[in-house]
Design a protein around this ligand. Structure first.
Ligand code: SAH
Length: 238
Protein backbone atom coordinates (compact mmCIF):
# COMPACT_ATOMS: atom_id res chain seq x y z
CA UNK A 1 0.00 0.00 0.00
CA UNK A 2 3.06 2.30 0.09
CA UNK A 3 2.68 2.90 -3.60
CA UNK A 4 -0.96 3.79 -3.17
CA UNK A 5 -0.24 6.27 -0.38
CA UNK A 6 2.69 7.95 -2.18
CA UNK A 7 0.94 7.86 -5.53
CA UNK A 8 -2.27 9.34 -4.17
CA UNK A 9 -0.27 12.12 -2.51
CA UNK A 10 1.45 12.82 -5.85
CA UNK A 11 -2.03 13.14 -7.37
CA UNK A 12 -3.02 15.61 -4.67
CA UNK A 13 -4.91 13.26 -2.33
CA UNK A 14 -3.65 12.53 1.18
CA UNK A 15 -5.24 9.28 2.32
CA UNK A 16 -6.18 8.79 5.96
CA UNK A 17 -5.35 5.48 7.69
CA UNK A 18 -9.05 4.54 7.47
CA UNK A 19 -9.08 5.18 3.75
CA UNK A 20 -5.92 3.11 3.28
CA UNK A 21 -7.63 0.29 5.20
CA UNK A 22 -10.66 0.56 2.89
CA UNK A 23 -8.44 0.30 -0.17
CA UNK A 24 -6.72 -2.77 1.33
CA UNK A 25 -10.04 -4.44 1.95
CA UNK A 26 -11.17 -3.49 -1.57
CA UNK A 27 -8.00 -5.08 -3.03
CA UNK A 28 -8.48 -8.26 -1.00
CA UNK A 29 -12.17 -8.62 -1.93
CA UNK A 30 -11.41 -7.93 -5.58
CA UNK A 31 -8.64 -10.54 -5.76
CA UNK A 32 -10.71 -13.08 -3.81
CA UNK A 33 -13.81 -12.73 -6.04
CA UNK A 34 -11.59 -12.65 -9.10
CA UNK A 35 -10.56 -16.24 -8.44
CA UNK A 36 -14.07 -17.44 -9.24
CA UNK A 37 -15.35 -14.78 -11.61
CA UNK A 38 -13.85 -12.58 -14.26
CA UNK A 39 -13.63 -9.12 -12.70
CA UNK A 40 -10.21 -7.95 -13.81
CA UNK A 41 -7.16 -9.23 -15.68
CA UNK A 42 -5.00 -7.68 -12.98
CA UNK A 43 -3.95 -10.15 -10.29
CA UNK A 44 -0.81 -8.52 -8.89
CA UNK A 45 -1.30 -6.53 -5.67
CA UNK A 46 0.93 -3.66 -6.73
CA UNK A 47 -0.80 -3.43 -10.08
CA UNK A 48 -4.15 -3.20 -8.32
CA UNK A 49 -2.75 -0.15 -6.52
CA UNK A 50 -1.38 1.53 -9.63
CA UNK A 51 -3.43 0.40 -12.63
CA UNK A 52 -6.77 0.36 -10.83
CA UNK A 53 -6.73 2.55 -7.72
CA UNK A 54 -4.32 5.33 -8.71
CA UNK A 55 -5.60 5.39 -12.26
CA UNK A 56 -9.12 5.91 -10.88
CA UNK A 57 -7.97 8.78 -8.67
CA UNK A 58 -6.67 10.71 -11.69
CA UNK A 59 -10.31 11.66 -12.37
CA UNK A 60 -9.97 14.26 -9.60
CA UNK A 61 -7.42 16.06 -11.80
CA UNK A 62 -10.25 16.83 -14.23
CA UNK A 63 -12.33 18.40 -11.46
CA UNK A 64 -10.23 21.31 -10.19
CA UNK A 65 -13.32 23.06 -8.87
CA UNK A 66 -13.85 19.97 -6.72
CA UNK A 67 -16.88 17.99 -5.69
CA UNK A 68 -19.46 18.98 -3.09
CA UNK A 69 -22.05 16.88 -1.24
CA UNK A 70 -24.56 18.37 -3.70
CA UNK A 71 -22.68 16.88 -6.66
CA UNK A 72 -24.29 13.77 -8.08
CA UNK A 73 -21.72 11.42 -9.55
CA UNK A 74 -22.43 8.45 -11.85
CA UNK A 75 -19.93 5.86 -13.07
CA UNK A 76 -21.15 4.08 -16.21
CA UNK A 77 -19.99 0.50 -16.90
CA UNK A 78 -18.35 0.41 -13.51
CA UNK A 79 -17.35 -3.27 -13.65
CA UNK A 80 -15.59 -4.01 -10.37
CA UNK A 81 -16.03 -0.35 -9.36
CA UNK A 82 -13.55 1.71 -11.37
CA UNK A 83 -13.25 4.64 -11.10
CA UNK A 84 -16.40 5.12 -8.98
CA UNK A 85 -15.50 3.28 -5.78
CA UNK A 86 -11.99 4.76 -5.32
CA UNK A 87 -13.50 8.23 -5.79
CA UNK A 88 -16.16 7.38 -3.20
CA UNK A 89 -13.54 6.16 -0.69
CA UNK A 90 -11.76 9.50 -1.00
CA UNK A 91 -14.99 11.54 -1.01
CA UNK A 92 -17.56 9.60 1.05
CA UNK A 93 -19.73 12.71 1.23
CA UNK A 94 -20.50 12.69 -2.50
CA UNK A 95 -23.49 10.55 -3.57
CA UNK A 96 -22.48 7.90 -6.12
CA UNK A 97 -24.45 5.87 -8.65
CA UNK A 98 -22.88 2.87 -10.38
CA UNK A 99 -24.43 1.60 -13.61
CA UNK A 100 -23.35 -1.94 -14.50
CA UNK A 101 -25.10 -4.22 -16.98
CA UNK A 102 -23.64 -7.52 -15.83
CA UNK A 103 -25.65 -8.92 -12.91
CA UNK A 104 -22.72 -10.77 -11.35
CA UNK A 105 -20.57 -7.65 -11.33
CA UNK A 106 -23.42 -5.63 -9.85
CA UNK A 107 -23.61 -8.26 -7.11
CA UNK A 108 -19.90 -7.85 -6.38
CA UNK A 109 -20.45 -4.10 -6.15
CA UNK A 110 -23.29 -4.60 -3.66
CA UNK A 111 -21.09 -6.87 -1.56
CA UNK A 112 -18.21 -4.40 -1.72
CA UNK A 113 -20.29 -1.40 -0.68
CA UNK A 114 -21.45 -3.38 2.34
CA UNK A 115 -17.95 -4.58 3.25
CA UNK A 116 -16.45 -1.10 2.92
CA UNK A 117 -19.40 0.36 4.85
CA UNK A 118 -19.99 3.00 2.23
CA UNK A 119 -23.23 4.93 2.39
CA UNK A 120 -24.89 6.89 -0.36
CA UNK A 121 -24.12 4.43 -3.15
CA UNK A 122 -26.82 3.36 -5.58
CA UNK A 123 -26.15 0.35 -7.81
CA UNK A 124 -28.17 0.19 -11.00
CA UNK A 125 -27.94 -3.24 -12.61
CA UNK A 126 -28.99 -2.18 -16.09
CA UNK A 127 -27.66 -1.21 -19.45
CA UNK A 128 -26.78 2.43 -19.85
CA UNK A 129 -29.01 2.55 -22.95
CA UNK A 130 -32.02 1.86 -20.69
CA UNK A 131 -31.01 3.65 -17.49
CA UNK A 132 -30.20 6.89 -19.32
CA UNK A 133 -33.84 7.20 -20.40
CA UNK A 134 -35.25 7.00 -16.87
CA UNK A 135 -36.16 10.44 -15.46
CA UNK A 136 -34.26 9.77 -12.22
CA UNK A 137 -31.02 9.29 -14.16
CA UNK A 138 -31.38 11.35 -17.32
CA UNK A 139 -29.34 14.55 -17.20
CA UNK A 140 -29.31 14.09 -13.44
CA UNK A 141 -25.55 14.03 -12.73
CA UNK A 142 -23.06 16.90 -12.55
CA UNK A 143 -20.17 14.48 -13.03
CA UNK A 144 -20.24 11.34 -15.21
CA UNK A 145 -17.25 8.98 -15.37
CA UNK A 146 -16.37 5.96 -17.49
CA UNK A 147 -13.26 3.85 -17.84
CA UNK A 148 -12.75 1.07 -20.39
CA UNK A 149 -16.50 1.08 -21.07
CA UNK A 150 -16.18 0.92 -24.86
CA UNK A 151 -14.41 2.70 -27.70
CA UNK A 152 -14.81 6.44 -27.29
CA UNK A 153 -17.46 7.05 -30.00
CA UNK A 154 -19.62 4.40 -28.26
CA UNK A 155 -18.79 5.48 -24.72
CA UNK A 156 -19.95 9.04 -25.36
CA UNK A 157 -23.44 7.91 -26.39
CA UNK A 158 -23.65 5.83 -23.20
CA UNK A 159 -22.49 8.63 -20.89
CA UNK A 160 -23.36 12.13 -22.16
CA UNK A 161 -27.17 11.64 -21.74
CA UNK A 162 -26.65 11.12 -17.98
CA UNK A 163 -24.92 14.48 -17.64
CA UNK A 164 -26.79 17.58 -16.43
CA UNK A 165 -26.43 20.80 -18.43
CA UNK A 166 -23.36 22.57 -17.09
CA UNK A 167 -21.90 19.28 -15.91
CA UNK A 168 -18.90 17.34 -17.08
CA UNK A 169 -18.19 13.87 -18.47
CA UNK A 170 -14.73 12.45 -17.75
CA UNK A 171 -13.67 9.40 -19.77
CA UNK A 172 -10.36 7.68 -18.99
CA UNK A 173 -8.44 6.55 -22.07
CA UNK A 174 -4.99 5.17 -22.81
CA UNK A 175 -2.78 4.20 -25.67
CA UNK A 176 -3.43 5.47 -29.18
CA UNK A 177 -6.66 7.35 -28.49
CA UNK A 178 -6.01 10.32 -30.80
CA UNK A 179 -8.01 9.04 -33.78
CA UNK A 180 -10.89 8.03 -31.48
CA UNK A 181 -11.08 11.51 -29.95
CA UNK A 182 -11.19 12.92 -33.47
CA UNK A 183 -13.91 10.45 -34.45
CA UNK A 184 -16.00 11.01 -31.31
CA UNK A 185 -16.12 14.79 -31.48
CA UNK A 186 -19.04 14.92 -33.95
CA UNK A 187 -20.97 12.41 -31.86
CA UNK A 188 -20.40 14.47 -28.73
CA UNK A 189 -21.83 17.58 -30.43
CA UNK A 190 -24.93 15.61 -31.52
CA UNK A 191 -25.38 14.57 -27.90
CA UNK A 192 -25.33 18.17 -26.65
CA UNK A 193 -21.74 18.17 -25.49
CA UNK A 194 -18.39 19.54 -26.48
CA UNK A 195 -14.95 17.99 -26.00
CA UNK A 196 -13.15 20.60 -23.93
CA UNK A 197 -9.82 18.83 -23.87
CA UNK A 198 -7.95 15.59 -23.77
CA UNK A 199 -5.54 15.94 -20.86
CA UNK A 200 -2.60 13.58 -20.48
CA UNK A 201 -2.28 12.29 -16.92
CA UNK A 202 0.72 10.75 -15.26
CA UNK A 203 -0.05 7.85 -12.98
CA UNK A 204 2.96 7.26 -10.74
CA UNK A 205 4.84 4.09 -11.83
CA UNK A 206 2.93 3.85 -15.09
CA UNK A 207 4.05 5.14 -18.43
CA UNK A 208 1.47 3.95 -20.90
CA UNK A 209 -0.02 7.14 -22.22
CA UNK A 210 -3.06 7.64 -20.03
CA UNK A 211 -5.36 10.61 -20.54
CA UNK A 212 -8.74 12.02 -19.59
CA UNK A 213 -11.23 13.14 -22.20
CA UNK A 214 -13.21 15.99 -20.66
CA UNK A 215 -16.60 16.80 -22.15
CA UNK A 216 -18.75 19.80 -21.19
CA UNK A 217 -22.51 19.30 -21.39
CA UNK A 218 -23.95 22.37 -23.07
CA UNK A 219 -27.47 21.45 -24.17
CA UNK A 220 -29.98 18.62 -23.68
CA UNK A 221 -29.23 15.30 -25.38
CA UNK A 222 -31.89 14.55 -28.02
CA UNK A 223 -34.45 11.98 -26.78
CA UNK A 224 -33.32 9.51 -29.43
CA UNK A 225 -30.02 8.97 -27.54
CA UNK A 226 -28.82 6.63 -26.36
CA UNK A 227 -30.36 4.40 -29.02
CA UNK A 228 -31.80 1.05 -28.00
CA UNK A 229 -29.59 -1.52 -26.27
CA UNK A 230 -26.77 -2.70 -28.47
CA UNK A 231 -27.15 -0.04 -31.17
CA UNK A 232 -24.43 2.33 -29.91
CA UNK A 233 -21.87 -0.49 -30.26
CA UNK A 234 -23.32 -1.88 -33.49
CA UNK A 235 -23.42 1.45 -35.31
CA UNK A 236 -21.24 3.95 -33.45
CA UNK A 237 -22.20 7.59 -33.96
CA UNK A 238 -19.78 9.44 -36.19
N1 SAH B 1 -14.92 0.55 -15.54
C1 SAH B 1 -14.37 -0.73 -15.17
C2 SAH B 1 -14.90 -1.88 -16.04
C3 SAH B 1 -14.51 -1.83 -17.48
S1 SAH B 1 -15.09 -3.20 -18.40
C4 SAH B 1 -12.87 -0.69 -15.19
O1 SAH B 1 -12.31 0.29 -15.63
O2 SAH B 1 -12.25 -1.66 -14.75
C5 SAH B 1 -16.59 -2.54 -19.06
C6 SAH B 1 -17.76 -2.75 -18.15
O3 SAH B 1 -18.87 -2.04 -18.69
C7 SAH B 1 -18.18 -4.20 -18.04
O4 SAH B 1 -18.33 -4.52 -16.68
C8 SAH B 1 -19.50 -4.28 -18.77
O5 SAH B 1 -20.39 -5.21 -18.20
C9 SAH B 1 -20.00 -2.86 -18.65
N2 SAH B 1 -20.84 -2.43 -19.77
C10 SAH B 1 -20.56 -2.57 -21.09
N3 SAH B 1 -21.54 -2.04 -21.85
C11 SAH B 1 -22.45 -1.53 -20.97
C12 SAH B 1 -23.69 -0.88 -21.14
N4 SAH B 1 -24.17 -0.63 -22.36
N5 SAH B 1 -24.37 -0.50 -20.05
C13 SAH B 1 -23.88 -0.76 -18.79
N6 SAH B 1 -22.72 -1.40 -18.58
C14 SAH B 1 -22.02 -1.78 -19.65
Amino acid sequence: MERLIAGAAALGTDLSPDQVAQFELYRDELLAWNRTMNLTAITDREEVATKLFLDSLTVFLALPQGLTPATRLVDVGSGAGFPGIPLKIVRPDVPLTLVEATRKKARFLEHLVERLELSGVQIVAARAEDAAHLPEHREAYQVVTARALARLPIAVELTVPFCAIGGVVVISVKGDFGPDVERASGAVERLGGHIRECTPVTVPWLDDGRALVIIDKLSPSPEAFPRRAGMPAKRPLA
